[in-house]
Design a binder for this molecule. Sequence first.
Ligand SMILES: [Zn+2]
Length: 431
Amino acid sequence: MPTVKPKSLTIRSYQVGFGDCFLLTFHYSGKTGDRHVLIDFGSTGTKASMGKNLMLRVAQDIQEQCNGKLHAVIATHRHKDHISGFATNKKGTGSGDIIASCKPDVVLQPWTEHPKAKVNATAAPTTMTANKAFVAALGDMHAISAAVLAEADTRRSKGRISAALHRELTFLGEDNLSNLSAVENLMSMGKKNFYLNFGSKSGLERVLPGVKTRVLGPPTLKQTSTIKIQRSKDEDEFWQFQAMANQFVLKRQARVFRRAKTYTALVAPPFTRWFIKRMRSVRGEQLLGIVRALDKVMNNTSLILLFEVNGKKLLFPGDAQIENWSYALSKPAIKRLLSTVNVYKVGHHGSRNATPKTLWGGFKHRSKKKTDKTRLKSFMSTMTGKHGNARSKTEVPRQTLVAALQSESELFTTQSIKGKGNISLACDIKL
Ligand SMILES: [Zn+2]
């Protein structure tokens, strides 16, 4: 019997403002039919021009496009701009309730999200060995974010920090809050949950016949510790704070998700009180350094997935930054594999730190010729003016990267979706 393979794929990029939401529909002939995979659904900010109830309208459109049945949901990492759309409400009318009603067969998340991961996990439970506090630290970050947000508001009201700094702190702080109902929904909506790390089976084997899905990140701490090692001075300082927080957490030995509940109450748990006291004595810019470091660590828990069908390769790296990428890129065979990528979901909304130059420079299908049929296609979900600034070369999306994407690939960006009625951009790809 010939192997069943999809003939084509539709990638729908949804307008979620600042965030990611992609619906991949693999078209099979015969009784296999269409297979729908939702990758991320979240936002940290929209514009009035996008209309009201955007997330609800996006959820309804996803439900319509997939005919009420999702085959897989992938949440690349726990940030609000990737999972807030999965939030539910008591009435059962939230955007996340609509997605849950599409009964995904499988839900894929990074290993750091495993509900049974102990606070000292270095990998998902099946392979857990050493004694590190990374998973716990991810939980602590929500509490620290809540505290930073409160502190930023106090400082702004007293005129101690600028409006611009307050905006930046609020953005990063909110992105790192815990999004509890979304997290719980992801844990319960699928028939099966998979918590992945570099090299593990994807869990999509039955759902997407004929598609090979490689998991290229995140590595476990056993594989590498670079995802938690930070580089700049500010960030080193953050890790000292965090190490102290961990001492408290380890004593408590509480489970990650039980603790997560206390964070949503916006009451700092006892083990972070020392931190808040200390934080009050630091300057606004230092607060920014802390939340930036925190944001980066969470981004580095992003799943990096590479789909391969009939030799065509599609790369979806979430918001993975260099520390997560470096493990995969350190392997020559993976680097070779990535050099022939045909479709690239631009990492981290086009920020400067998520498309490593080794990766971009290695893409052989980059081409300036618009008529080139094998030209790389890139997909970017972003919103200008939300994050960073051009003066410090931190604006998102980063202009130099956008220029390269425009000149050397066919770029599909959510910023080209205009008007209140339009919420998605569809692109058909022959496989
Ligand atoms: Zn993001």
